[in-house]
Design a protein around this ligand. Structure first.
Ligand SMILES: Cc1cc2nc3c(=O)[nH]c(=O)nc-3n(C[C@H](O)[C@H](O)[C@H](O)COP(=O)(O)O)c2cc1C
Length: 374
């Protein structure tokens, strides 16, 4: 039976949901807590983690870019160099390198990523981050643009990247970037690097609906995800564009729900209040700075902020069965990818691959059968 004959009553894609993990290339893990974390930001730990992840059913790894952090996360490896090292240590995984317009311009970024694409048979993608941390820009002497101006620049950055990667004699006249008959040689390999981009504000979604391949959003409930997906798809359709969606989540999968909830409580009880407040101060400014006041973190509580991207809100906390069911609900709300963080990355990525992914695949197969029968 073909997909055309199946009946879909929700926003789900016929494709299996994909899994990505946050690369811990920044110290302190993915929670602002003094709880023990058997996670390291060093390269040996990360190479092994990448190998475990690809063997466990993960398709993507996302590196982070940070130049300074006033809230913990004190040491940070650079994202493009680190992404290449992880791609070189694996055979199947696609590594998404974070790029921050301002410190990067599209010329250098397009060249770096094209070379990595050539060296890794196309297993490199990019995440265009628009910036939320004014203190970081001040520290490195970069001008700090208003919220929506940052997105205007990011959109020109993406249009430039795509133009340089796909056209000879590329010309572009923007307010931020200009090209005159520029031809990049060599271009990326046959598989063009996918362009991811993250946010929750209207400007972030409007940009995604025009130019991005993927839109990442902070942790959220299925209803919260659905509202964003409906808005995004309607706008993208009006632009003749289509965009896939990745949702952040912090996973605590344990054999019993009580164990998983106890770990969450311990993370929050051990939160570093000063660091959480410092992080909250910066991100609240960023979220409130979007004209409609709906940016990432605009409504995050203290407990939410203990995980950098609201990952507790997605509630992938419980037994493998509970988590698999919730992942299916995210898929039905329109998510194409789950972007995951863990407390003890290596061991928990392996457990997730053994215990959760097969359950998700079984649920997906059952719902495809139901859709075909309908
Ligand atoms: C999944 C994801 C990954 C992100 N990675 C980074 C990063 O590595 N470095 C960074 O400075 N910002 C990062 N951001 C922040 C975004 O680029 C953006 O600045 C932020 O979400 C604020 O957007 P908003 O105000 O439009 O909602 C990330 C956001 C998301 C959702």
């Amino acid at each position: 039976m073909t997909a055309a004959l199946t009946v879909r009553t929700d926003l789900s894609s016929p494709d299996p949901i994909r899994f990505a993990y946050w690369v811990p290339n920044v110290s302190g893990g993915l929670v602002i807590s003094r709880i023990e974390q058997r996670t390291s930001w060093d390269i040996d730990y990360n190479r092994k983690l990448a190998q475990i992840a690809e063997a466990s059913g993960f398709d993507y790894a996302l590196t982070q870019i940070r130049f300074t952090a006033g809230y913990g996360a004190e040491y940070q490896h650079e994202s493009v160099a680190f992404s290449h090292a992880l791609a070189a240590a694996t055979t199947r995984l696609t590594v998404i390198a974070a790029l921050l317009p301002g410190p990067w311009n599209p010329t250098l970024a397009a060249k770096q990523i094209a070379t990595i694409s050539q060296l890794t048979e196309g297993r490199i993608a990019v995440n265009i981050v628009s910036g939320w941390f004014s203190g970081e820009f001040r520290a490195i002497g970069e001008p700090w643009l208003d919220h929506d101006e940052r997105y205007r620049r990011s959109e020109e950055f993406i249009r430039s990247l795509r133009g340089i990667w796909t056209q000879d004699s590329f010309s572009f006249r923007g307010d931020f970037y200009r090209y005159n008959d520029y031809t990049l040689k060599p271009k990326p390999g046959a598989r063009l690097p996918e362009i991811f981009q993250g946010g929750s504000s209207r400007a972030a979604r409007d940009m995604a609906a025009r130019v991005s391949d993927w839109y990442f959003t902070n942790g959220n409930t299925p209803d919260g995800v659905r509202a964003q997906v409906e808005d995004l798809r309607a706008k993208a359709a009006a632009n003749g564009h289509s965009v896939k969606v990745g949702v952040n989540a912090f996973v605590i999968a344990r054999d019993t729900e009580e164990e998983a909830r106890a770990v969450l409580q311990e993370i929050i009880d051990n939160a570093d209040p000063e660091a959480v407040k410092a992080f909250g101060h910066e991100v609240k400014n960023a979220g409130a700075a979007s004209p409609e006041g709906e940016g990432n973190w605009a409504k995050s509580s203290f407990n939410d902020l203990v995980q950098y991207n609201d990952g507790f809100k997605t509630n992938l906390i419980g037994t493998p069965d509970q988590i698999a069911g919730r992942i299916l609900a995210l898929k039905e709300a329109g998510a194409d990818l789950a972007l995951l963080a863990f407390l003890h990355f290596q061991e928990e990525v392996k457990y997730f691959g053994e215990q959760v992914i097969p359950r998700v695949r079984a649920l997906e197969a059952a719902r495809e059968r139901r859709a075909e029968a309908a």
